[in-house]
Each structure stands twice: as C-alpha cells, then as structure tokens.
Design a binder for this molecule. Structure first.
Ligand code: CP3
Length: 348
C-alpha cells in the first residue's frame, strides 16, 4: 500500500509506515538535475517544457523511496504570467524586471488566463500522472498570495521587506487589492493542477513568518483561507487535501488549522509533539526535521529522524518532511539515509 501512504496520512488514516517526501526533493543537489539544467540552458526552460518538468519531477523517485512526487515548477510562474519579467541572477535568486510598488501598478494587474499563459503547468501535471501510473501520488503547489506579493513588491529576495511593509502600513487597501488578485490567480492555478490530476496541493507561505500576529491573519492567512475555500474536487469527485506551510508559522497553528486545510507544514522551530498537542486531531502534520541535519553523517541523520518520529508518537496523521527545502550542497546519500530511516523506524 506504499502508493497511498501519503493520501492516507493526510486523511489521518492508518498507514503501514510513515510517508516521506522532501520540499525541493528535485533540484541542484542531484547531479542528474544539474546536467539536464545545463543542457536546457535555464531553470525556467525546465519549468516551461512539460517533458523536461516531468523528467526532473521523476529524478528523485528513481533514487529514493519517496512516497510522493511534487510537481517541478516554481511559485513565481504566476507573477511571470502577469508580465513582471522573472529572471534569476546567479547566486542571488529570483528578480523581476518590473516590480509593482504603486496603487496604479497594482490596479493594472489581472488574473492570468491559465490555459494561455500557464498551460505548461497542467500539461506537466498530466504527463507526470501518466508516467507515475498510480505508483506514487503527485502533489501540486503554489505560493501564498503574501509570499508572491513580497517578491513582486520587493522585486527580488529581501532582508527586511521594507517596500512591502511600507505599502502594508501606508496603503493597506492597495496591498489588499494585490493580495486579492493573487488569491484569485492562485485558486485558478491550483484548480487547473487539480483538474489535470494533482492529488494534493501545498501552499508555500515562505514569508508569512515575517508578519506580526495581526498582520499574518489579515495579509496572509485570510487569503490562504480564500484559496482553500475555492479549491474544487478532483475529477473523480473526491476532495483534494490542502497542506498549508507557513515558515515561522508555529505561533499561529490553531488559526491555520481553522482554515479547513487537511495538513499543516511545520518548520524546525517548533517540536512536532508540541504542535500535535495544540492541533492534534483536527489536521495532519507535515515536517519537521531541521534541513541542516542533512549535513551530518548518516548515523546522526538517522537518530534525528528517530527523534521526530518518536515525538509525533503513535496515531495517524504524520507526513515526514524537512522544516524547509533541501539545499544544493547536500549529498544524495544523506537523503537516502533519511528516507530509509523514516520507513525503517516507523514500520508497523
Ligand atoms: O520541491 C520541489 O522539488 C518542487 C520544486 C520547487 C521549486 N521551487 C524548484 C526550484 C518548489 C516547490 C519551489 C517553490 C518556491 N520557489 C518557493 C517556496 C518554497 C521555499 O523554498 O520556501 C520559493 C520562495 C521560490 C522562489 C525561488 N525559486 C527561489 C528562492 C529560488 C532559488 C534561487 C537560488 O538561486 O537559490 C528559486 C529557483 C528554484 N526553484 C530552483 C529550483 C530547483 C533552483 C533553480 C536552479 O538554479 O536550478
């Protein structure tokens, strides 16, 4: 039953072993990824070509016994489709040629036509589902409106979020207008992934943790709630589980659980037993090993895996993951040690 471990755990049903997948399980730590990316010329080419996106999605599944595939793409495809001009600066991460900072610039944004501007994403989902042939479930994803807005307003990665926080405090109605168009775009984008075959969806709220508690509710959580409410059933009529991941969201787990999401992703700044005590039987929990543990030797990795599993304890509803993505400097053998330890120590 390994093929349905993930979906059973998200539904808080019993499993034969704890399912495991890793954020950024495809990517630069794999030599076969680096080779394909070099041939393709750029990261965006990999994302925008369904055959290549499919191949990169499957690469980690050939090496490791993962219980889920995650679509290979990026959260910034939506602002790219809105015309902001996404490009990657080596060593610096993503940037936009046309950031949006003023109410006028925000008012001109519209929800992209998914088929026309982003059709390569559902096309990749269909292809991956066909290749997986029921062996492993496929997770689709998108960025949260707040996290997308930080990149769109800052123009790239930021240390202190000066531009978007100025907008939030000086012109909250303009920021709400931006978040609203993003929430409608993300809902349409995730629904296109679901229609194409995504069996679970994760919303990455990478920068929700930089907000105050009141700011988080008003500018991040409210829009993730709107997205969860707008998700459509799968083609077979079943409900598609949503996973909410706010990095730094530990203080707000109760209100995250109130959204109706099936699962919450935890970073490494909260113990999973403490999180479970707070939201326990309302949602499944995903996480939460410190990604830096993957630098340690395999015997140490195994002990930390054992600790997270023991802290979660018995009972249903655990999806093993890191607290954030795999970094490019990790040895593939260390990922194998993690995955195998999860299955070995959790086998029922
Ligand atoms: O998890 C997976 O394996 C699926 C693929 C995936 C990517 N990006 C591939 C990628 C997912 C789920 C994302 C989400 C994403 N993208 C997030 C949210 C998750 C998180 O990490 O918090 C964010 C904030 C982005 C924006 C983004 N795209 C960043 C910060 C970067 C890294 C830039 C850098 O130079 O390190 C990217 C590029 C990116 N997205 C890469 C990959 C594999 C690296 C591209 C490359 O250089 O080959």
């Amino acid at each position: 039953m390994s093929h349905d471990r993930l979906l059973r755990a998200l539904a808080r049903e019993p499993v034969d072993a704890t399912p495991v997948w890793l954020m950024r399980q495809a990517g630069r730590y794999l030599p076969e990824y680096r080779k394909l990316r070099e041939q393709a010329g750029s990261f965006l080419t990999l994302c925008q070509n369904p055959e290549l996106a499919c191949e990169v999605t499957l690469q980690p599944l050939r090496r490791f016994d993962f219980d889920a595939a995650i679509l290979f793409s990026d959260i910034l495809t939506i602002p790219e489709a809105m015309g902001l001009g996404l490009h990657f600066v080596a060593g610096e991460g993503p940037h936009f040629h046309h950031p949006v900072r003023t109410p006028d610039e925000i008012a001109r944004l519209t929800v992209p036509d998914i088929d026309r501007e982003l059709g390569y994403v559902p096309a990749a989902v269909e292809l991956i589902r066909r290749e997986l042939d029921g062996r492993t479930p496929l997770i689709g994803f998108a960025g949260s409106p707040w996290t997308l807005a930080t990149y769109m307003v800052e123009g790239g990665p930021s240390k202190n979020y000066a531009h978007i926080k100025k907008l939030m405090y000086d012109a909250p109605e303009a920021l709400h207008q931006l978040l609203d168009v993003l929430a409608r775009s993300v809902a349409a984008y995730l629904n296109a992934q679901i229609a194409a075959g995504a069996q679970a969806v994760q919303i990455f709220d990478t920068w929700g943790g930089v907000l105050t508690p009141a700011g988080y509710r008003e500018f991040s959580l409210a829009y993730m709630q709107a997205i969860v409410d707008a998700l459509e059933p799968a083609p077979d009529g079943s409900r598609v589980p949503a996973i909410l991941f706010t990095k730094g969201g530990g203080p707000w787990l109760e209100s995250m659980a109130d959204t109706g999401a099936a699962a919450l992703g935890l970073d490494w700044t909260i113990d999973i037993d403490a999180a479970r005590a707070r939201v326990g039987d309302r949602v499944a929990l995903q996480g939460n090993l410190d990604p830096a543990v993957l630098h340690a030797r395999p015997a140490v990795i195994r002990e930390h895996v054992r600790d997270v599993l023991a802290r979660f304890g018995d009972g249903p509803g655990h999806v093993f993951n890191l607290g954030h993505g795999v970094t490019p400097d990790i040895k593939p053998d260390h990922v194998a040690a993690l995955v195998d330890a999860v299955h070995e120590f959790s086998a029922r």
